[in-house]
Write a protein that binds this ligand. Structure first.
Ligand code: PLP
Length: 450
């Protein structure tokens, strides 16, 4: 008997985690709280498909793809096999001065997915870094062109682009922004074309046109000092799954062209098929100048982010002088294992015709949520592809945690964003799992509202 053997139950791991691990975006004291304020911490021993299992045999349907990253389930046999073979070949090599097949193949395949428009891939490890890279790249491009005064950024109200200091500057989530305001350089904010703002005789496209007028006024006045406009196409995730009409993207694209400002599409959350097309911006028939990808691109396996850019931007750095080159690197830039996971993920998209299959899945999801959407406390039910959300009329601050606990008790992982409840499941749910999702949300809602 080994007295040091790790405890095999939830309670043991829970205690050790609370003592040693500082959990992200969490008031740690809530994990110790009881009653209304309690926030359970669940030790997970394994995952399989859409399910997570704890140490006591309870299972939870991963309704939010483990923070929006997991596309094809946990322990996916195809991604596992690709990673095992990569592991036997090359685990890592620095990408400065060296290159390797997974980084090259992934860049080529992403270029093809943008019809060749975004032909150069810059690698990093997480979403916030991709934002930092896109902002720096835009600024430095204009600087190389002699337009040094273009050193500010524009973002949408409610936009979220990550939590490092630079990314926080273009993030308009009050909680984050206010806590660290003195550390950031705040971007200018233009109104979000939130479809919920439509008045009785307005469409979502009308709201988009109205918001675009504000954008135009801002650009007309300040484009000389603005390098780029960054937005989350179609759905603002962290703001509470705020959805808007593609018309806004079309107008924003035209205005950015007219006023010579880069358009950065942050598809970290909405890319990789989440909204129904592989890239969300495709639904507006546009291409950005810079595109940020992360989260789902590695299938939810490994940290990886990518910034894709147009050839014109790349050429703006092509020079003898080192200082005119792009000055940015991370130790794990272009990690071969992460790139291999991404290639395996793209293989699944191609081999299983995932976008088509998801159309069917999205219809079934919608049907499974009909009873939830009819609930008297539910407002603004909305869906875009594999994102489903609604707001709950409820003003007590304990509601989100109460819902979260009730969902767990109904074998579902779903973390509300304030009073917005959303589902962002992996693209593998079968009919029974879709029904479970709808039922569990309905039960959790009923339990949390009383
Ligand atoms: C999650 C997210 C980020 C930040 O990615 P991290 O990997 O968490 O740093 C940036 N933008 C959007 C739209 C996101 O959803």
């Amino acid at each position: 008997m080994n007295p040091e053997a790790p405890p095999l139950d939830n309670v043991g791991w829970l205690a050790r985690s609370l003592a040693a691990v500082w959990h992200p975006c969490t008031q740690m004291r809530h994990h110790a709280a009881k009653g209304e304020d309690a926030l359970p911490l669940i030790p997970i021993c394994r995952g399989e498909g859409a399910w997570l299992y704890d140490f006591e045999g309870n299972r939870y349907l991963d309704g939010i793809s483990s923070w929006w990253v997991n596309l094809f389930g946990h322990a996916n046999p195809r991604i596992n096999a690709a990673l095992k073979s990569q592991l036997e070949t090359l685990e890592h090599v620095m990408l400065a001065g060296f290159t390797h097949p997974p980084a090259v193949e992934l860049a080529e395949r992403l270029r093809a997915l943008t019809d060749g428009v975004l032909g150069h891939a810059f690698y990093a490890s997480d979403g916030a870094s991709a934002t930092e890279i896109a902002l720096k790249m835009s600024f430095h491009y204009w600087k190389n062109r002699g337009k040094t005064q273009k050193n500010r950024f524009l973002c949408l109200s409610g936009g979220y682009h990550g939590e490092t200091a630079g990314a926080l500057g273009v993030t308009d989530v009050a909680l984050f922004r206010e806590a660290y305001a003195p550390l950031t350089r705040a971007a200018a904010i233009v109104p979000c074309p939130d479809a919920r703002l439509a008045s009785a005789n307005e469409t979502a496209a009308d709201v988009a046109r109205r918001a675009a007028q504000s954008l135009e006024a801002r650009l007309a006045a300040e484009s000389g000092s603005i390098a780029a406009f960054i937005l989350e196409p179609l759905v603002q995730g962290a703001a509470g799954m705020v959805m808007y009409d593609p018309e806004y993207l079309r107008l924003a694209r035209a205005l950015c062209n007219r006023y010579q400002v880069h358009l950065i599409c942050d598809e970290i959350a909405v890319g990789c098929g989440r909204t129904g097309t592989f890239f969300a911006h495709e639904q507006a028939d546009i291409r950005p100048d810079l595109l940020c990808l992360s989260k789902g691109i590695s299938g939810g396996y490994l940290p990886l982010s990518i910034v894709l850019c147009r050839d014109e931007i790349f050429q703006g750095f092509y020079d003898e002088a080192i200082v005119r080159g792009f000055l940015h690197s991370h130790s794990y830039t272009g990690n071969p294992l992460a790139c291999r996971a991404a290639l395996a993920t793209l293989d699944i998209f191609a081999q299983d015709d995932v976008l088509n299959a998801n159309r069917d899945r999205a219809h079934k999801l919608h049907a499974a949520f009909a009873p939830v959407f009819r609930h008297e406390k539910v407002r603004h039910p909305r869906q875009r592809g594999m994102i489903l959300a609604f707001d709950v009329i409820r003003d007590d601050p304990a509601f989100p945690r109460r819902f979260y606990r009730a969902a767990l008790e109904n074998a579902l992982l779903a973390r509300p964003l304030g009073n917005t409840i959303y589902l962002m499941p992996p693209y593998i749910l079968d009919d029974a799992e879709i029904a479970h999702l709808g039922n569990a949300v309905y039960k959790a809602l009923t339990a949390a509202i009383t």
